[in-house]
Ligand binder design. Structure first.
Ligand code: HSE
Length: 443
């Protein structure tokens, strides 16, 4: 039997850059794909921007262009405003204006939600509308839906994400081509795979925005973005990648969220994982998120975390979800949204329990290792492996000693390394990188 005809869903896209343009194309040029699946017609009514050069290059319908947000806000036939402006100032104004006008909002803006999610969800609720944000985390990978719905029967215990394609691309170049961080970044910028100003990506900030959003849904808690400890890939040295490889590890920028007895531990940092770890083969610009539920065990979501079409795919999925009513029901009936949750007890970085890799630059003389081992022992840190190559005949006066440890408290590791680095026989600041083992399933 033919499906009943529905009133079209009126849509306005605000911001016609890379993702905005691709979203408009999916809704117009590729509309037959959506029409073959969805009984509610999707009607793009406005493209709002001040510069339409990209929209024109894409051949988008000029009759849709307007430079005023007031046009769709005042149009009773627009039900959805798609915010693709980015940033947390003008974008926030657009979202608030849309919500106050009773329009649903779809956004890809991770920074906006990481900082202001709870407040915006509350505003949406006051106005009887919803916010959908599948595109905010990991681009084209449907990762928000599993958190909200697919894994709804689970207590989620942990999540490990490679959620920044720029960083994963740079690290893959460093590993596979033995290129320095600076050279790998320069090549990524030349090929359009890194921004001209890559700070937000390489500092770990972008990954932390995504972690804040995903962890809030996973744990059903409000997350304070400012309390997420961050370390980026911009200080990584090639030699550590090489030593790690000798020990059977690859380096990844990981966004980590773990439930612990007394709270949750969230952090973003470069970490070594075993070459056998399921995240180890995620290379180039790809993203992946591993989620551990008490009932499902390990599930993993993989795909392109950025780029015009993959991100637009997630944006349009949200628009369709609003069109068929799923997003509104989920926003109304689930208790996991930050405006309905208690703040998480976010554990300080010193409380983290992890294994560690250390590179200690020592004078090549008797008794040095004994001093290092004594300090580690005093701080309850157990050594699991130790690697030192013979100095060449030409007699280097310093030598790197690579130590891996058993699980230890990060606070103890920091104190121990501060003491080690204060020894006369230590000739450079030590390097310390966490080693993340595969999370144990509870099945
Ligand atoms: N710049 C991000 C990345 C995509 O490189 O993955 C948008 O968050």
């Amino acid at each position: 039997m033919a499906a009943k005809k529905h009133k079209p869903l009126g849509i306005a896209i605000v911001g016609c850059g890379t993702v905005g343009g691709a979203t408009a194309a999916l809704l117009t040029t590729d509309r037959n794909i959506i029409e073959s699946k969805v009984t509610v017609p999707m009607e793009l009514r406005y493209i709002v921007d001040v510069d339409f050069s990209h929209a024109r290059e894409m051949g988008l319908d000029e009759s849709l262009f307007t430079d005023s947000i007031d046009a769709p806000i005042g149009d009773a036939d627009v039900q959805v405003i798609v915010e693709l402006v980015g940033g947390v100032t003008f974008a926030k104004d657009v979202v608030e204006k849309a919500l106050r006008a009773g329009k649903h909002v779809v956004t890809a803006n991770k920074a906006l939600l990481a900082y202001h999610g709870a407040e915006l969800y509350a505003l949406a609720r006051e106005n009887g509308v919803c916010i959908a944000f599948e595109a905010s985390c990991a681009g084209g990978i449907p990762i928000i839906r599993p958190m909200n719905e697919g894994l709804a029967a689970n207590r989620i215990d942990a999540m490990f994400g490679i959620v920044n394609g720029t960083c994963n691309f740079i690290l893959t170049e460093m590993i596979s081509k033995n290129k320095s961080y600076a050279d790998s970044l320069a090549d990524a910028q030349r090929d359009g795979l890194a921004e001209a100003d890559p700070t937000l990506d390489v500092s770990g900030g972008d990954s932390a925005h995504k972690l804040a959003i995903m962890a809030s849904l996973a744990f059903g808690k409000k997350i304070d973005f400012e309390k997420i400890p961050l370390a980026g890939i911009d200080t990584l040295e090639l030699c550590d990648i090489g030593y790690g490889e000798t020990l059977g590890y690859v380096i990844k920028l990981l966004a980590i969220a773990e439930r612990q007895d007394d709270g949750v531990s969230l952090r973003v940092r470069p970490a070594f994982i075993s070459k056998e770890h399921p995240l180890a083969w995620v290379s180039g610009p790809f993203n992946a998120v591993s989620v551990y539920g008490h009932a499902t065990g390990h599930t993993m979501y993989y795909g392109r975390g950025a780029g015009a079409k993959p991100t637009a795919s997630a944006v349009v999925a949200d628009i369709i979800s609003i069109g068929i009513g799923t997003a509104q029901r989920s926003f109304e009936l689930l208790n996991i949204w930050a405006d309905r949750c208690e703040p998480a007890n976010q554990l300080a970085i010193d409380e983290v329990q992890s294994r560690y890799y250390m590179r200690i630059t020592c004078a090549d003389e008797p008794g040095v290792l004994a001093q290092i081992a004594a300090i580690l022992g005093k701080h309850n840190i157990s050594i699991t492996s130790l690697l030192q190559h013979e100095s060449p005949q030409s007699a280097a006066t310093t030598v790197p000693v690579i130590i891996t440890t058993d699980k230890a408290r990060e606070g103890n590791v920091r104190k121990a390394l501060a003491e080690i680095d204060a020894l006369d026989v230590i000739k450079a600041e030590s390097v310390c990188i966490g080693i993340v083992e595969e999370y144990p399933e509870e099945l």
